[in-house]
Ligand binder design. Structure first.
Ligand SMILES: Nc1ncnc2c1ncn2[C@@H]1O[C@H](COP(=O)(O)OP(=O)(O)O)[C@@H](O)[C@H]1O
Ligand SMILES: [Mg+2]
Length: 249
């Protein structure tokens, strides 16, 4: 279970998160929606431990352990996975090697044996096949020259291989076609289990058609101003954020 209590965070001197309270029980998928600039990406980065963000108050625990106290690598080893809004490109870094390094770091942290290149490729090919992704994505450099949809597929592949307990997905607002949305949704749905939970940042009701969330939260001006069931996303799609913002003001 992810438990966020009174979380406040700043970028430099600028307060961005102004008291976030959010609980995601095991086995549940929660969506975060909200206007641009409200702090959605900041929340994802703070949870993953990116260092330009300063936590100024509150707490975040995952299965009872204090996430904020942990280095990003330790968070990954604890099963936290973040898919970035803008995935980084790594010229000269082979995608299969990159994915194997990430997986082996987690396996080492759990006292499991590392996979050699052959063992890893066997596993990775099984996943690419299951996810209907072309094999050559493993041979290319990480995200270099990947289309928006391919970058999303690559994140889903990474998630499928790392088998996180908590996935935080921060979607790009534009450039995702319907197929790419479905890939992301299917990737999360494939991992759904009583010991997996996800926090999905999205503007797309279409994504939520494929990935029916247990709860939907609206983040605005650094606070969660409204929470509801999947019908809240539908309501927002119809009437926009104005009513919800006005009701919270
Ligand atoms: N590196 C940065 N330096 C200063 N302000 C930033 C930086 N990154 C984001 N912000 C500001 O933080 C606020 C929240 O941004 P963000 O978390 O990206 O919002 P969202 O993902 O909801 O669109 C915005 O006002 C944005 O301008
Ligand atoms: Mg964002």
């Amino acid at each position: 279970m992810l438990e966020i209590r009174g979380l406040t965070a700043s970028i430099g001197e600028k307060p961005i998160l102004k008291g976030i309270d959010l609980v995601v029980p095991d086995g549940e998928v929660h969506a975060i929606m909200g206007p641009n600039g409200s702090g959605k990406s900041t929340l994802g980065y703070v949870l993953s431990g990116r260092d330009d963000y300063t936590v100024t108050g509150g707490s975040v625990t995952f299965n009872g352990i204090d996430l904020l106290d942990m280095e990003p690598e330790a968070r990954a080893a604890a099963g936290v996975f973040l898919a970035f809004q803008a995935p980084i490109e790594l010229p000269g870094v082979n995608n299969a090697n990159f994915l194997r390094t990430a997986l082996n770091a987690i396996r080492r942290a759990h006292g499991e044996s590392e996979l050699d290149a052959i063992q890893f490729l066997k596993l990775a090919r099984a996943e690419t096949k299951r996810l209907a992704m072309p094999d050559d994505m493993l041979k290319r450099n990480v995200n270099v020259g990947f289309s928006g949809g391919e970058k999303k597929r690559n994140e889903v592949l990474q998630m499928a291989l790392l088998r996180p307990k908590l996935a935080i997905l921060d979607e790009t607002d534009s450039g995702l076609d319907i197929d790419a949305l479905k890939i992301v949704a299917d990737g999360v749905n494939a991992l759904r289990s009583p010991t997996f939970s996800a926090l999905v940042v999205t503007h797309h009701q279409r994504l939520l058609d494929h990935l029916v969330p247990n709860r939907v939260h609206v983040l605005a001006h650094g606070r969660i101003i409204r929470s509801g069931g999947p019908e809240l996303a539908k309501e927002l799609e119809k009437s926009g954020y104005a009513d919800v913002l006005a009701a919270a003001a």
